[in-house]
Design a protein around this ligand. Sequence first.
Ligand code: ZN
Length: 308
Amino acid sequence: MKIEITEVGSRDGLQNEPVPVPTETKIELIHRAVDAGARRFEVTSFVSPRAVPQMADAEAVLAGLDVPEDVVLQALVPNLRGAERAAKTRAQEWVCFLSVTESHSQANSNCSVDEAIARLEPVVELARTEGRKPVAALAASFGCPFEGITPLDQVLRVARGLHDLGFEEMKLGDTIGTAIPSQVSVTVSSLQKALPQVGLVLHLHDTRGLSLANVMAGLSLGITRYESSLGGIGGCPFAPGATGNVATEDLVHFLHAEGHETGFDLGKLVEHGRWLSEQLGRELPGRLLKAPPIGATQPLDGIERAVG
Ligand code: ZN
């Protein structure tokens, strides 16, 4: 299958990075990912700079990008204030983020889930006026740091509410990396049945090492869109110890080995992942960055060729 990957490293990946990352490094991260084949990005977030200082340079990052025409740039737009900022930039898709569970919603957005849905109405309206595409991101779709496993009914209720507002694309976030393949299967198939017209994207974290198993569950239900971050960077501010997104290079390696197409160059991804590790001054969670070579030469290509 042809699989579409959204690189979220410069947003979800860096959002919780304690040390400020220079704007030029964020821009270079995106340019390098483009060089490796990425064509979709969640670039940054128009959250309040007071709440998330790491994203205070949202406008500067978007303005500094030099990317081909076919590259799609998304930005997180948490509220109307963020949407007004996004409207002055080139972000074509506005990612409207909300939590599926009450406690995560209170901790993250200081409001109930229903209030969070209601607050998105003017954002969707402005997106329409400005000719941008609104995309919903449902955090804690599988598990919540406060409430445990997220009930499926709650996910369906939120998804229906968002669909009523006009969202036709939804990212299901395994924010704290607790999802297991059988849960992914049930959640995805239930949503496909309830809202067949909605495009689903899986946003998986690898906290418990199950992200690729969960991708496998998504693939078996025909899900062709996934999100990942170079090097597997990322975390969750309300779940200490929660590790990053599935690493883009690990996801691409897995998909190529399984015979899927991504448009990515795995060797370049690994090279750029190592660059990112140097920039952040630490070892990153991505497995392929550390994996020993298999065979004598060109180990990564070798794995791909071995499976055709
Ligand atoms: Zn995430």
